[in-house]
Design a protein around this ligand. Sequence first.
Ligand SMILES: Cc1cc2nc3c(=O)[nH]c(=O)nc-3n(C[C@H](O)[C@H](O)[C@H](O)COP(=O)(O)OP(=O)(O)OC[C@H]3O[C@@H](n4cnc5c(N)ncnc54)[C@H](O)[C@@H]3O)c2cc1C
Length: 460
Amino acid sequence: MTPTAEAVVAGAGIAGAAAAYFLAVEHGLSDICIVERDEPLSLTSDKSTECYRNWWLGPGTAMVDFANRSIDLIERLTEHSGDRFNLSRRGYLFLTAEETTAKLFEQQGKAAQTLGVGPLRRHESAAHHCYVPHQASGWEDMPTGSDLLLDPVLIQQHFPGISPSAIAALHVRRCGWLRAQQLGAYFLEQARARGARLIRAKVSGIDTRGGGVRAVRIDEPGGTSQTIHTPRVILAPGPYLPEMLEQLKVDLPVACECHVKIALKDSKGALPADAPLLLWSDPVQLPWTDEEKTLLAADAATQYLLETFPAGVHTRPEGSAGNHYALALWTYHTPLLAPRFPLQWDPHLPEIIVRGLSAMLPAMSAYFAPLPKMTVDGGYYVKTPENRPLIGPLPIEGVFVNAAYSGFGIMTACAGGELLAAHVTQSPLPHYSDALAPARFDDPAYLEGCADAAAASGQM
Ligand SMILES: Cc1cc2nc3c(=O)[nH]c(=O)nc-3n(C[C@H](O)[C@H](O)[C@H](O)COP(=O)(O)OP(=O)(O)OC[C@H]3O[C@@H](n4cnc5c(N)ncnc54)[C@H](O)[C@@H]3O)c2cc1C
């Protein structure tokens, strides 16, 4: 018998898993086929830093509302699952040693307040303040919005280990991290409990003869192929999205950007294990000895290590005190690339990140020489020009997309899956659906305006 399905989901990363969950659990589709060419959740979705935030600075409220909705759903699932994802709410702490950036923090906090991130609270001195510190675990009862700390004494009091040069800290509160693999596994388990099937195969073709989806062809690992008859297919292929769109002759502006993170065993305690995510908002000149500078300058391949690196190096602790890691990223060079696996990265990247972090956490200098062994991995951010996901129908009847999740796919998977399922089942859509639908690119003026939106793209 030829297999059939109410819907086929192509890809079992966090986006495909969330789509299957909301279709099966919230909308009662009992015959979903999830087709994954590799292990579920193993391509990009297990490489993330697992962080979430409601901090987006526009344009408009769409991304803030989308992120807030996703965090609401994560909280709800956290309760239903018995805190399986170990949700925390330590916040993101943006730090600066520069007056101009301190002023920018205040402007951003005010702008964020109008967009729905939550209120901005100013704390001018350690003597008079009502700052509520974060908790290492748990998420309930934490404030929303942001706290602007403008006294270095107050910063040192609450965040030991931070460079004394930090004159301002913006603590954004509805942010933290969770176990992304557990969230994805939960989605898949719950969908399968409602009848969804997970098949190890590659989606190699979509039959759209007659103008709508009729069937999906899949290639199984043993070399056999089969056809699944279905009226709907959901594309959730992560970095293979450009390839799939090309096969379908659908033209959408998406590109892939390589992002790499390090995991450093913090045996010397340079990053307190109970810290929030820390982000240094100033450009950095990497610290080198005079002898090192001479050597680096002598070789054309290493001269760039003497240049100023952009703002944004960031880190968060993972694990219990004394046995924790510093996970860290720095998007100092992110060309758009056709995805290629295994991933390639700058061999100097681990050292660049560790040295860059020392601007914010001076004790990181303990790792300069010898540089300890680190785990390095990463993946591709799949991005549209204004850095918003693609969720909704494509111009071929029955084809939907749930992809282009850039660097926010873990945190927004819940609201994305919910939105995708609403499109598929023709249920009422939230107000932000148009802002995330592929059809937004039908308007050439919209694409032209993306150049401005890219500046406020919300990428960390
Ligand atoms: C270094 C790094 C740090 C990040 N940090 C964060 C963070 O802190 N917070 C956050 O929210 N996000 C973060 N992200 C982003 C997040 O990881 C991604 O947005 C998210 O994982 C994308 O999920 P996805 O399901 O779209 O893609 P993927 O996880 O790549 O899943 C796509 C799946 O589709 C499968 N597939 C593709 N083509 C086919 C086919 N033809 N047939 C069958 N299967 C197919 C693939 O094998 C894969 O399993 C980070 C990303 C990176 C790289």
